[in-house]
Ligand binder design. Structure first.
Ligand SMILES: [Fe+2]
Length: 229
């Protein structure tokens, strides 16, 4: 993806999120120069993979296949061993109308995906087989505390305010219908570098063509600007 496109997505995301009455934390708006001046007090943001995360999954066409994410809070997986620190995570996501997040599951992250308004969320679900392909078995899921049984490949549609709980190893693909959509994600601590199993190989962190300076840093940019780690 081009940096100019990432910057434009950030500008419009900031406006959309604020327009829906939701606000990002202060570090969202630190400039690259401010990042260079930060010290060890800010290491949690880097170590726990917080912040802007924009991907086209390697499609080259963000509006068709892509996702905007901002990780507001997260721990590190080692916290499970010590039972100290954050064992949970929260993200805010934006899905463009008809924009697809490809079929995937998580090895260790259970997540609730919450429709926070703007459009309808469509989620297609399959169980996974022991060799990590799509199963044809019935799918059992919970939407806002209500158990539901679906056929393999069924699509659940969630209106604003509704949410779905996605357990580990449950394949899900999702997109928005009827408008640009704000999603919340509440989950277990999450390591995006290792926890995603996509049915078809994708580029989770896109290569960036630097055609203008970054407006704000993506999670993947921190190592180039932040030296206090
Ligand atoms: Fe997911």
């Amino acid at each position: 993806m081009k940096r100019s496109q990432i910057n434009a997505i950030m500008r419009s995301a900031e406006e959309f999120i604020r327009g829906r009455g939701f606000y990002l934390p202060p570090f969202a708006f630190w400039t690259p120069g401010q990042w260079r001046a930060r010290g060890r007090e800010s290491a949690e943001i880097v170590n726990n993979q917080l912040g802007w995360d924009i991907t086209d999954f390697g499609s080259g066409d963000f509006d068709r296949v892509g996702l905007f994410m901002f990780t507001i809070r997260n721990g590190i997986p080692e916290n499970w061993k010590t039972l100290k620190g954050k064992l949970y995570a929260e993200k805010i996501l934006i899905v463009q109308d008809r924009q697809i997040t490809p079929m995937h599951f998580h090895w260790s992250k259970a997540e609730d995906i919450i429709n926070r308004g703007g459009g309808r969320l469509a989620v297609q679900l399959f169980n996974s087989t022991s060799d990590d392909s799509l199963a044809d078995t019935q799918v059992e899921v919970s939407t806002d505390g209500v158990a539901r049984t679906l056929k393999a490949g069924d699509i659940i549609r969630l209106e604003p305010g509704e949410s779905i709980t996605l357990p580990t190893r449950l394949y899900h693909k999702f997109w928005a219908e009827g408008g640009k959509l704000l999603l919340g994600e509440v989950s277990l601590v999450n390591d995006d570098r290792t926890d995603n199993r996509f049915l078809e190989p994708v580029g989770r962190f896109p290569a960036i063509e630097e055609d203008e300076p970054p407006l704000y840093l993506l999670y993947a940019d921190y190592s180039r600007y932040y030296g206090a780690n």
